[in-house]
Design a protein around this ligand. Structure first.
Ligand code: PLP
Length: 411
């Protein structure tokens, strides 16, 4: 796998885990915080290293970042923060305070008169934490409208008042995918009442469309599809970006980003603009084909190549399990794959629907082949997996349980 993840020697990849006693696993789940997000390519790793050994003025680095963000997204300006989640908080806070340092220091206890954020109910998602928390950290109140599966223009319009400070639009597989207000209409309604539109596009490959279509601020993750160090990228109108950046003297302090990650994120954005996206897509398709062949003819197992729900240019292999024929359910198979050495961590957040998915975006050297072997082995031996009735519930709660178990029980 030389193109996207450039380790010369496959053994080097695991040597570090072994030396430190970390679990060895292959990530076919996705860019997940709990799994270390992304593999960062050597050019980007070198950029972080160069910054680590030097003093540099953070405002210089952030000005450079702003230029690169403009080139990348077409926005006026931009800045880097600790994460996309921090980017949401800082952007909302910036809309509340403008360029007024006294207002910045007053947050979160004195949010002011204009401190409501409108969001359609189907967008109030959880990406590891509730998105409402990212808004409320500023002192703002969330003003949801519509029902989970239906939000209309008139409902949105009627929530916009003198108290509304911003409207948040979320683009994600985490949100409801139908019955939501289309982006163009959302912008039109908000702008008619002079309400700025903030877009959470943390995991979206389209780094230009939302700005082009009228967003005032758009937020991306540096460490997801772009393959950078942990960071949030804020892009948008100069006045809003400046106001978001000013939060570093207030609530943003706890979300600060260091020189190494700003330098690394600049390099990440530059390599994203130069990346051979077609070659990477081809590499990902080769992995999907390999896994498809490995699963062919196994009783109770059918596969389908599925597109990303938000239209990102990537596909995943969906593995559908007929548990009566396969001998175990999808959750039990996911768990069994996760117990191998190296563990295979599949995309299992819809496992209750009878399938899991394999994401080809985060493979290290020879990982695709190891996944193919594991799939063929585990799925053709379903009757040997003792189907645990609690597997489904365990998979559902695994995110929170992993925090509760930390330093508590050995798992
Ligand atoms: C991942 C994600 C976030 C959080 O991103 P971080 O950079 O990890 O904080 C926010 N919103 C959406 C839609 C996401 O997918």
């Amino acid at each position: 796998m030389p193109i996207k993840n450039d380790f010369d020697n496959p053994d080097e990849y695991w040597a570090w885990h072994k030396k430190n006693g970390y679990s060895s696993f292959i990530n076919v789940n996705g860019t997940m915080t709990g799994l270390g997000s992304s593999i960062v390519r050597s050019a980007v790793r070198e950029a972080t290293l160069a910054a680590m050994g030097r003093f540099v003025k953070i405002h210089d680095l952030q000005s450079h970042a702003s230029e690169v963000i403009s080139r990348l997204t077409g926005a006026d300006a931009g800045c880097i923060t600790a994460s996309a989640s921090a980017g949401i908080t800082l952007s909302v806070a910036g809309c509340m305070t403008g360029i007024d340092p006294a207002r910045v220091e007053a947050l979160p206890l004195d949010p002011g008169e204009r401190s409501e954020v409108s969001i359609q109910l189907g967008h109030l998602c959880n990406y590891g934490a509730p998105i409402s928390t990212a808004i409320e950290l500023t002192g703002a109140r969330v003003h949801p409208f519509g029902q989970s599966t239906l939000a209309t223009g008139y409902q949105f319009d009627s929530t916009l008042s003198a108290q509304t400070v911003a409207a948040l639009y979320v683009v994600s597989h985490h949100v409801v995918h139908y019955g939501q207000i289309p982006f163009a209409q959302f912008v039109e309604i908000a702008h008619a009442k002079d309400v700025p539109v903030i877009v959470d596009a943390a995991s979206e490959y389209d780094v230009r469309g939302f700005i082009a279509d009228g967003a005032d601020i758009v937020i991306y993750s540096g460490h997801k599809f772009m393959g950078g160090p942990t960071a949030g990228i804020i892009a948008g109108r100069r006045d809003f970006v400046r106001a978001a950046y000013l939060q570093n003297i207030g609530i943003g302090r706890g979300m600060k980003i260091g020189k190494e990650s700003i330098a690394g994120t600049i390099a990440t954005m530059e390599q994203w603009m130069e990346r051979d996206h077609v070659a990477i897509r081809k590499e990902e398709t080769t992995a999907l084909d390999l896994w498809k062949r490995a699963l062919a003819g196994i009783p109770g197992v059918t596969v389908a190549i599925v597109s990303d729900p938000t239209g990102n240019p990537l596909e995943r292999l969906q593995v559908n399990i007929n548990s009566a024929e396969a001998g175990a359910n999808a959750a039990s198979f996911a768990r069994a794959l996760g117990k191998r050495d190296p563990a295979i961590i599949v995309r299992d957040h819809e496992v209750e629907l009878g399938y899991f998915q394999l994401d080809p975006c985060n493979l290290g050297p020879e990982h695709a082949e190891l996944v193919a072997d594991a799939l063929a082995n585990v799925l053709s031996n379903g009757s040997e997996i003792r189907p645990l009735t609690e597997d489904l519930a365990m998979e559902r709660n695994s995110g929170v349980d992993s925090y509760l178990n930390w330093l508590s029980v050995k798992i």
